[in-house]
Design a protein around this ligand. Structure first.
Ligand SMILES: Cc1cc2nc3c(=O)[nH]c(=O)nc-3n(C[C@H](O)[C@H](O)[C@H](O)COP(=O)(O)OP(=O)(O)OC[C@H]3O[C@@H](n4cnc5c(N)ncnc54)[C@H](O)[C@@H]3O)c2cc1C
Length: 412
């Protein structure tokens, strides 16, 4: 192992920060290690917040990423409920909201992202909510009750997952999406059509191409006013319109920041001893020969492992193609790769059976797969996307040929 730093500070105690701390210890780092998080809870997983936890099927302590004892056992100083206010790169210190100044030899910024706010009249009204933190979902849960009229603004994964849970809990759910189709940023039209139908069949009033003018109400939100004057009455609004990376302290410190903190393949920022990982980082997407900022558990975990290895001068882990999942009703969507830039889409299986996959190709090579209730398509598709393999569209679409055979015969 190379020369170890004496002290590592990690700012942001979410999925990425917690992984970086765990990986540093796993790789043999013995120096001081501080994990600073501004939320009161110990590091927790966010995916269940819009799924099982919102549904009431999971207790809060099942969300913790590691058992509470883990941090003391691993000699990780976990500071919760305290934010990092600034980074002094000349002095190599992080200043906390409490006034404490933590010295570091290496710093990992894992500050994640925060929900974009609706910039519309009435968006400040009580009952207009976000879904990012445990505190957010606890507030939301108390209002998603049978008969409650809920409007979800934005049909991305989080909004649609919450809509699926809420309608099952007996709420009357309306989803309003500005774009012509749901999941437009993250998936192709076939997947959009499928999920639009699934939500409508479940009783969700799903509307696309909708323009919202503002929110009505005095003490709390009572309705959503659409262009043209129609008002959708409601008791609560959930905004799911994307996130902003929490780059401010990095920017103020003089690091290179755009849509995310710019990093190299080792998670290093413009400063050699400062790393950025997870939702806040813009990183090389090696399988796609470009940079990008990803928002997924896989990206957060991989970032934590990459940063830990780089800090300790150890070889970088083997990188996977990005992957993601979403649970809505009894539908498990598993995505591997990034579909942007696809010039061909191949559907395998019949969407009407609720088990099918869409493969995205560019110039005959597989870029990505969206697999609905289709494990083999996801597993093999992930490998094919990682190696940008060529498979004839007719073969991909042919359900009589197993994914195992397709994987074995693919040309990379
Ligand atoms: C409701 C929901 C459902 C999701 N579902 C899925 C899913 O199904 N599959 C999937 O792959 N991904 C899912 N995601 C995305 C995934 O959870 C995120 O990509 C992942 O949590 C990112 O981890 P992170 O550590 O980068 O950021 P975060 O988890 O956001 O953690 C960052 C932490 O840093 C804290 N922080 C910020 N600034 C400071 C500061 N100055 N000082 C101290 N602390 C600070 C933040 O408060 C936060 O606690 C979901 C996200 C949400 C919100």
């Amino acid at each position: 192992m190379g020369v170890q730093p004496r002290s590592v500070v990690i700012v942001g105690a979410g999925q990425a920060g917690c992984q970086a701390a765990a990986s540093l210890r796993q790789l043999g780092y013995e120096g001081a290690l501080t994990l600073v998080g501004d939320e009161p809870a110990p590091p927790y997983q966010r995916p269940p917040l819009s799924k099982a936890y919102l549904k009431g099927e999971l207790e809060a302590d099942r969300l913790w990423l590691r058992p509470i004892e883990f941090y003391a056992e691993q000699n990780i100083e976990l500071l919760t409920g305290v934010g990092a206010k600034s980074i002094d790169l000349a002095a190599m210190k992080v200043e906390l909201g409490s006034g404490a100044r933590l010295p570091f030899d290496a710093l990992v910024i894992a500050t994640g992202a925060r929900p974009r706010k609706l910039q519309l009249p009435g968006a400040q009204l009580d009952g207009v909510m976000d879904l990012r933190t445990l505190a957010d979902v606890d507030k939301l849960k108390s209002r998603v009750v049978p008969g409650a009229r809920m409007v979800v603004v934005g049909a991305g994964y989080i909004g649609l997952e919450a809509a699926a849970v809420a309608v099952k809990l007996g709420a009357q759910v309306t989803v309003l999406e500005a774009a012509p189709r749901v999941l437009g940023r993250v998936a192709g039209p076939e997947i959009s059509r499928f999920y639009e139908q699934a939500h409508r069949e479940a009783g969700v009033d799903l509307r696309t191409g909708v323009s919202i003018q503002g929110f009505e109400g005095t003490d709390r939100v009572r309705g959503v006013r659409l262009a043209g004057g129609v008002v959708v009455p409601c008791d609560l609004v959930l905004a799911g319109i994307g996130v902003h990376p929490n780059v401010e302290i990095a920017h103020a410190a003089g690091l290179l920041v755009g849509d995310g903190i710019h990093t190299d393949g080792q998670a290093r920022t413009a400063h050699p001893d400062v790393y950025a990982i997870g939702d806040v980082a813009r990183r090389p997407l090696v399988h796609y020969h470009r940079d990008g900022r990803l928002e997924s558990v896989h990206n957060a975990i991989e970032g934590g492992k990459i940063a830990a290895a780089a800090i300790l001068g150890q070889p970088a882990p083997v990188l996977e193609t990005p992957w993601f999942w979403s649970d809505q009703y009894e539908l498990k969507l598993q995505t591997a790769g990034l579909w942007t830039g696809a010039d061909e889409m191949v559907v395998r299986g019949d969407p009407a059976t609720r088990a099918f996959a869409v493969f995205y190709l560019k110039e005959g090579r597989i870029l990505a797969v969206d697999a609905v209730n289709s494990g083999p398509e996801f597993i093999v598709g992930k490998k094919l996307a990682a190696s940008a393999s060529r498979v004839a569209p007719a073969v991909l679409a042919d359900k009589s040929i197993s994914m195992k055979d397709i994987g074995a015969k693919a040309v990379s």
